[in-house]
Design a protein around this ligand. Structure first.
Ligand code: NAP
Length: 271
C-alpha cells in the first residue's frame, strides 16, 4: 500500500525534453507507471523509441486505468524552427499539456577560462538555457489561458554554487535558477506551479558526455561513493507533480548522502 496519493497524475499529459536517457528516461517511465500520457522528446530517435516501449510496459504492469499514450518526437531544443513548429507534431488529443519537464541539458569538458571552446559555450547555452526558456515560452500562454500547468526545470547544484572547471555549465544552471525564480514570481497570481530540481551527483550518461565518451574518466567521478541514480531524481519530479494543486515544491535540492557541496564529498577508501 502506498502511503502517498499519486492519483492526481491519472490522465495528465507530460512533455519531457531529453527523454532518451538518464533522468528524462526514468521520469517518463515513472509518469507512465502513474497513469499519465507522456510526450517524449530528444534528438536520438532510436533511444526515444526504446523508452516508449519501457513506458508502455510500466503502464501495463502498474494496471493504470488512465493515460497510456506515449508519443516520441525528435526535438533538438537548440533549434528555433523545430520549437516553433513543435506543437504541430503533437497529436491533437495531447495538445493540452499539463506538465512540462525541462530536462535536456549537458556539460562538456572541465576546461578553465582561457581554454574554453566558444563553440561548446554556445552549444551549452543553447541547450541548457535557450531550449528551456523557449519551451517554457511556448507553453505558458496555454497554461495561463487554461489556468493550470506545472513547469519543472532541471537546475543543478551547479546553479547554486560555482566550481573551478565548470564555469560555463555553472553559468547555464545559474541562468536556469534566475529564470525559474522570476517565473515563480510572475505566476504568483495564477494556479500554475514552478519547480526547480537541483541534483548533486547522479550517475547517468552525463559524465560520459562531459568526458567526451571516456567511460573510465566518467567512472572516476563516482569512485568510492554511491551517487544518486536517475530513478532517485525521477521520484522527486513525480512527487512534485503529484502534490495537491495548492502545494508548490519551489526548489528540491537532492544530494547523495556522502556529498555536501559541489566539491566536498566523502569517498570510502578502497578495501
Ligand atoms: N547527472 C548529474 O549529475 C546531474 C546533476 C545535476 C543536474 N543534472 C541535469 O539533469 C538533466 C538530465 O541530465 P542526465 O544526468 O539525465 O544526463 P543524460 O543521461 O546525458 O541525459 C541528457 C538528455 O538531454 C538530451 N539532450 C542533450 N542535448 C539536447 C538537445 N540539444 N536537444 C534535445 N535534447 C538534448 C539527451 O538526449 P539526446 O542526446 O538524444 O538529444 C539526453 O536525453 C540535465 O539538465 C543535467 O544538467 C544532471
Amino acid at each position: 500500500m502506498s502511503v502517498f496519493n499519486a492519483s492526481r497524475l491519472l490522465g495528465k499529459t507530460v512533455l519531457i525534453t531529453g527523454a532518451s536517457s538518464g533522468i528524462g528516461e526514468a521520469t517518463a517511465i515513472l509518469f507512465a507507471k502513474g497513469g499519465a500520457n507522456v510526450i517524449l522528446t530528444a534528438r536520438r530517435w532510436d533511444a526515444l523509441q526504446n523508452v516508449v516501449v519501457q513506458c508502455a510496459a510500466a503502464h501495463k504492469a502498474a494496471g493504470a486505468q488512465q493515460g497510456g499514450r506515449f508519443v516520441p518526437i525528435v526535438l533538438d531544443v537548440t533549434d528555433k524552427n523545430q520549437i516553433a513548429s513543435f506543437l504541430n507534431k503533437v497529436p491533437n488529443e495531447l495538445r493540452s499539456i499539463d506538465i512540462l519537464v525541462n530536462n535536456a541539458g549537458y556539460v562538456v569538458g572541465v576546461d578553465r577560462v582561457g581554454d574554453l571552446s566558444l563553440e561548446n559555450v554556445e552549444n551549452m547555452f543553447a541547450t541548457n538555457v535557450f531550449g528551456l526558456f523557449a519551451l517554457t515560452q511556448l507553453l505558458i500562454k496555454d497554461f495561463k489561458a487554461r489556468k493550470t500547468g506545472h513547469i519543472i526545470n532541471l537546475g543543478s547544484i551547479a546553479g547554486r554554487e560555482p566550481y573551478a572547471g565548470g564555469s560555463i555549465y555553472c553559468a547555464t544552471k545559474h541562468a536556469v535558477n534566475a529564470f525559474t525564480g522570476a517565473l515563480l514570481r510572475e505566476l504568483v497570481d495564477t494556479p500554475i506551479r514552478v519547480t526547480e530540481i537541483q541534483p548533486g551527483m547522479v550517475e547517468t550518461e552525463f559524465s560520459v558526455v562531459r568526458f567526451k565518451g571516456d567511460k573510465s574518466a566518467a567512472d572516476k567521478v563516482y569512485d568510492g561513493l554511491q551517487p544518486l541514480v536517475a530513478e532517485d531524481i525521477a521520484e522527486e519530479i513525480v512527487w512534485a507533480a503529484s502534490r495537491p494543486p495548492h502545494v508548490n515544491l519551489a526548489e528540491v535540492f537532492v544530494l547523495p548522502v556522502n556529498q555536501a557541496t559541489a566539491t566536498l564529498n566523502y569517498r570510502s577508501p578502497r578495501l
